[in-house]
Ligand binder design. Sequence first.
Ligand code: PMP
Ligand code: GLN
Length: 387
Amino acid sequence: MVTSSVALSGKLPGIEQSIFSVMTALANEHQAINLAQGFPDFTCSPELVSLVDKYMKAGHNQYAPMPGILSLREKIAVKTEKLYGMKYDPQTEITITAGATQALYIAISTVVKEKDEVIILEPAYDSYLPAILLNKGAPKYVRLESPDFEIDWENVKKLVSSKTRLIIINSPHNPTGRVFTDADMRQLQKLVADKDIVVISDEVYEHIVFDGQQHNSLCKYPDLARQSIIVSSFGKTYHTTGWKTGYVMAPKEISAEFRKIYSYAMFSTITPFQFAYSDILDQPELYLSLSEFYQKKRDLFRSCIENSPFKLLACEGTYFQCVDYSDYSDETDLALAERITKEYGVASIPTSAFFHDKFDQKVIRFCFAKNDETLKRAGDKLCKISK
Ligand code: PMP
Ligand code: GLN
């Protein structure tokens, strides 16, 4: 034990430990099924593991080029053009990062200066706000409300001022499972047209969209793409959240600024894994079948908790199912999530954690990226909660 001899005032007063760590620790302490933190409990493709092994044994164990190995950037460019019709230059406009969290942090740091206003739609993934605050930005919030979490673009418009520098969007959306429509994207495009506003589009769940809907990647909208940074992650697509590898796509002028910061925050990311992802991207059927794979899990989990006291909300994408428990209990969502972890052995995430003011809509989130057996066991436990 070393006791600090200096007093640090701390740069994130009021920001608590991430709810994902909190609920995972509670799940472990009570040997509960962890449907809280979003990660699969099944293995990734053995082929992908063999590829990493192959590239390590082949000696690819030193620094990769700063923006990532070229073949991976080229494959991402090809995939993006095929799926969304936008051609990013792999040399200057695509950068590989150590996961989406890091990409988001650096993207926000690239854009936001002191007092710049940043609009975020809450509930919002919990890494956005700390990154804005560390860059001394001024967050402005739009609240999306249960059960539909529709975006009222008039409300967004009211927040836009001459100081607005950045808008952060996320679709498919964590935690609500909502997917932005073409109309949403057009409203956004209209809102920022001819303004000096950057959009960061967090698309880490781009391949997990249900019921025949399409992912409306921001880059399908060429005018929007000219003022935007798209962030994605291989963690969700290949069941490898622990490998922390993601990427960013942005016009070359924005990418150049992003790379300037990235090169001093990280320089480059894990080499053999980049080669492995590059090879596996040659099999588009793997990411193209992901929606079907997770839709089955969504449907199974929904049927497993049909007889629980919770009301199922819509889930259009991601691997998260939100439920409304307002008919069942008046407890705060945090108190309920903690209690069902301890008493019934299933951990979840209270969605108030995704609001700066801990707005409690009586909604909790379950992750269904789990083996069918895990989902059935969790369902049995949740159905034991008396109505
Ligand atoms: N954005 C969203 C919306 C997420 O849910 C996550 C978490 N998985 C991330 C970013 C971070 O992704 P990564 O694990 O690649 O850092
Ligand atoms: N993205 C995951 C989730 O929403 C967790 C990531 C993390 O633990 N930071 O559950």
